[in-house]
Design a protein around this ligand. Structure first.
Ligand SMILES: [Ca+2]
Ligand SMILES: [Ca+2]
Length: 193
């Protein structure tokens, strides 16, 4: 299936297809991305830099929270889908923009994130890399609310220490980087101001 968003090719945002994603899901992602694209600053195309995250970070370090970020309940959120990233580079990119990888503390925030993710697999700001099965949020919030998918977290291969949304917004633990079926296609940044 091909569902490349041609109009997005000049930016690091993209809604590239995922093997099993439906055309509908990809279309909705396109609408979502295009809907927040107005005013987006020019960034270096990923194919020229080989790293889509660094230009984001450099850009954001000057401007803080992107104007395109979406507000919910006093916080702002934005999905990024660069071609190349890891959980750690995503974390660094969010922090360079004055935010952090999205941390979900409540069911209401989860509902919002689920709509924002729209079926995409996106890194969140949860990790148990310091101590196996002791999950923490990168923003320091206590680990209380959870939305794990059945059978997760399972630390598959002994390297799944990073949180991501899955179908319906439910949580899975995945590796920091890679290109297999289970790897996220992007990440969500959150801002408090
Ligand atoms: Ca939050
Ligand atoms: Ca897992």
């Amino acid at each position: 299936m091909q569902c490349v968003c041609n109009s997005m090719k000049s930016s690091n945002l993209s809604c590239r297809p995922v093997l099993h994603k439906s055309v509908l899901a990809c279309g909705l992602a396109t609408v979502l991305l295009l809907g927040v694209r107005a005013g987006e600053p020019e960034v270096t195309p990923a194919e020229e830099t080989g790293n889509a995250v660094v230009p984001f970070a450099e850009q954001a370090a000057q401007t803080g929270r992107p104007a395109e970020a979406v507000e919910f309940n006093g916080r702002w959120y934005m999905v990024f889908e660069p071609d190349e990233f890891s959980w750690h580079s995503a974390k660094a990119a969010c922090e360079a923009m004055g935010g952090y990888l999205a941390c979900i503390e409540t069911a209401a925030e989860q509902e919002f994130i689920s709509r924002l993710a729209d079926g995409r697999y996106l890194f969140l700001g949860g990790t148990d890399e310091a101590e196996e099965n002791v999950w923490v949020w990168v923003n320091g919030s206590p680990w209380e609310y959870t939305n794990w998918m059945d059978g997760q977290p399972n630390n598959y291969g002994g390297e799944e220490h990073y949180l991501a949304t899955y179908d319906g917004g439910e949580w899975v633990d995945v590796a920091a980087e890679g290109h297999d079926f289970w790897m996220p296609t992007g990440f969500i940044c959150e801002w408090e101001k």
